[in-house]
Design a protein around this ligand. Sequence first.
Ligand code: ADP
Ligand code: MG
Length: 263
Amino acid sequence: TTGQPAADETVDAPTSDRVLGAPLVELNHVNKHFGELHVLQDIDLTVHKGEVLVVIGPSGSGKSTLCRAINRLETIDDGSIAVDGKTLPEEGKALAQLRAEVGMVFQSFNLFAHKTVLDNVTLGPRKVRGMSKKDAEELARTLLDRVGVGNQAGKMPAQLSGGQQQRVAIARALAMQPKVMLFDEPTSALDPEMVNEVLDVMVALAEEGMTMIVVTHEMGFARKAAHRVVFMADGQIVEEAPPEEFFTAPKSERARDFLSKIL
Ligand code: ADP
Ligand code: MG
């Protein structure tokens, strides 16, 4: 690792001195257009096993498209994206299998409205992983407990608060036993008093060693859990640095300008 943490960093930086593993998500020269708009411009990015990467940047800079491309919810024009050494196939059963290795949590919770909380979590493991109903339910209950909504299993999503729904969405993604978790502004649709209950679950996941790519403007989370912050603007990675460095001494004018607006 890179030296000893300073004395005043030791309390809040449990993850920053963790030893990272091999490359897990690798983007090489990824380009994507929407018509005339060059939304991802020659993106090179490697995320290592156990790493927590925070992606920030102005609205429209391509952050969601980047996440969606990693999960193949969007195609790319050229370049390559590999997860655990495997380049994602474009379609078919192999795509479903590989997509299962990449858990995704969206801004809008996207739970199945007409299924119970428990069924929301068991569906993927049963359909994609071929798990028995009994095993899937056991796993789901463990995960729902872990995110603090174990007592909500029989309810419908609409009966839960936004913060509870988002925690169910995290449990649902974890039920697929993904190798990496993508979070696209997971707290930005929440009422302020519910933000921390979701961030706390994410910090705990980070501390357990989950590989995470998190699009968020929550600086507290970034400082506490991120190894690295990537700043995107206009489809490009403009700057990347450890959070303490990025937030205190951003190098680019665009990052300074952005931070002055959100801090
Ligand atoms: P961010 O998440 O950083 O706000 P997005 O990745 O959502 O940015 O969008 C980047 C740009 O691509 C925006 O200008 C957006 O309007 C455009 N865009 C996103 N999705 C589509 C789409 N399906 N078709 C056309 N343009 C899109
Ligand atoms: Mg977005």
